[in-house]
Write a protein that binds this ligand. Structure first.
Ligand code: ARG
Length: 463
């Protein structure tokens, strides 16, 4: 575009372009990190003899005043100062004059934004990790009350084998523990200080990156300035970690929706988390888990969006990466609220143990146990046992009973091969016995479930 055209555009569209270019409307979220980074930078510059101690004191005091103004709502954010970095620096200079103009020595907004954003992501990773720990504790707590409560285990959403409800809850404890670990390992992988990378190639000033790194709580400085200013992997990681966590949240939400439906009635959610219909007064809708499930979509969107922004970007910094922040802020807020609400929903849900147990009596859940019994105790070939079991299922259907409810005479009359079968078989068809027979490591028996609860209790204590 020629200069004249550019000028025309500026005159007519100046406001629009300022708005288009600016990030202050959203990156003000990073004010605390920006000020923290600037204080560390000024202290380091003073240690290195680049700033006098008077200048540094003025800068630090001024920065704290800016922080106070922002926190008390007395700071005016304007488009004139494009982003949070310029906003803080220009207000600082208004307050303290000349020394304020020295703060930007030996840095660039490129390493500044990388530092601020990384500090934010690190802080939030720790916070989300702590929230996930609470959530794991809640699932473990519910599990510990239900190690003998029967619930039909499903595959393909069809009744498969009896489980205990505690075991089912522990599946979620495991998912959220892995999420916890993902935030933890991302934190470790990304705990490097970008500050001092400057625009893309380092700086001729005599800086000490190890000093600012230590002041900011990173484990060491990043070791390649150009990579650092163009890298947003840390932001992608938190977006992925949140997406996976929300995917898990959407799965328990879906189960809560099903379980609280009239057809299941396995749980009742506290009235706070269900709303009434504006037209059907008898209804209680599971809006909260539906929203948790729905919010998973926006979080995935934020991940795909940043992956797409980063795709094919040439090195090093490009303004495209200004698009990195809003999605991360949105995903973090969504995850914070979602985890805390889910935690309350699980804590307050009422478990209808009778309905769960009744549901186990539909669908002949212990049919496999019968076949296994015939193989193990009668030395029968599996395929033969399979067909005999089919006859027992047919018998139960004929009597309008579940296989677990048959007495020994009914079983014996189902097939010629069973006419002398040992009475022990009745026990094999019993639902609770069937659940407890799956005592292999990681299986659903009450003993295994209790072992897993102990494991989680130790984990919760250690973390
Ligand atoms: N607001 C910018 C961002 O969010 C800060 C970095 C700008 N750097 C630059 N050279 N224009 O990415």
């Amino acid at each position: 575009m020629s200069n004249t055209n550019n000028q025309i555009l500026k005159n007519t569209n100046a406001q629009i372009l300022d708005e288009f270019n600016a990030s202050i409307m959203f990156d003000k979220e990073l004010y605390a990190q920006d000020i923290k980074g600037s204080i560390a930078h000024s202290q380091m510059l003073c240690e290195q003899g680049v700033l006098t101690s008077d200048e540094q004191t003025a800068i630090e005091t001024g920065l704290l005043q800016v922080k106070e103004e922002i926190e008390s709502g007395n700071f005016e954010f304007t488009l004139a100062t494009e982003d949070i970095h310029m906003a803080v620096e220009s207000r600082l200079t208004e307050i303290i004059g000349e020394p304020g103009k020295k703060l930007h020595t030996a840095r660039s907004r490129n390493d500044q934004v990388a530092t601020d954003f990384r500090l934010y992501v690190q802080d939030k990773s720790v916070q989300l990790k702590n929230q996930l720990k609470q959530l794991v504790a809640t699932f473990v707590d519910v599990a510990s009350k239900h190690t003998t409560t029967l619930i039909p285990g499903m595959t393909h959403l069809q009744h498969a084998q009896p489980l205990n409800f505690g075991y089912h809850m522990l599946a979620y404890a495991n998912m959220f523990k892995r999420d916890f670990e993902r935030f933890e390992s991302s934190y470790e992988r990304n705990n490097y200080s970008p500050l001092g990378s400057a625009a893309l190639a380092g700086t001729p000033h005599n800086i000490d990156r190890f000093s600012t790194c230590e002041k900011l709580g990173f484990s060491s400085p990043t070791n390649h300035a150009m990579d650092t200013v163009s890298d947003r992997d840390f932001a992608l990681e938190i977006l992925f970690n949140i997406s996976t966590c929300m995917m898990h949240i959407s799965r328990i939400s879906e189960e809560l929706i099903l379980w609280s439906s009239y057809e299941f009635q396995f749980v009742r959610m506290s009235d706070e988390y269900a709303t009434t219909s504006s037209i059907m007064p008898q209804k209680k809708n599971p809006d909260v888990p539906e929203l948790l499930r729905g919010k998973t979509g926006r979080v995935y969107g934020n991940l795909i969006s940043l992956l797409t922004v980063m795709k094919g970007l040439p090195l090093a910094y490009n303004k495209d990466t200004q698009e990195d922040k809003e999605g991360v802020f949105d995903s973090v807020k969504t995850a914070e609220i979602s985890i805390s609400i889910l935690n309350e929903v699980i804590k307050t849900m009422i478990v209808n143990t009778d309905k769960m147990e009744d549901a186990c009596k539909i669908g002949h859940l212990t049919a496999t146990d019968l076949a296994d019994f015939l193989v193990q105790k009668q030395n029968m070939a599996f395929r033969t046992a399979y067909y005999i079991t089919k006859d027992v299922v047919a018998k139960a259907n004929e009597l309008g009973k579940d296989i677990s409810e048959l007495n020994i005479d009914e079983i014996r009359s189902a097939n010629e091969e069973l006419k002398d079968v040992s009475e022990e078989i009745v026990m094999y068809l019993d639902l609770r016995n069937s659940m407890n027979s799956r005592n292999s490591y990681g299986g659903t028996s009450s003993i295994q479930t209790e072992n897993q609860i102990k494991y989680f209790e130790q984990w919760l204590e250690k973390n």
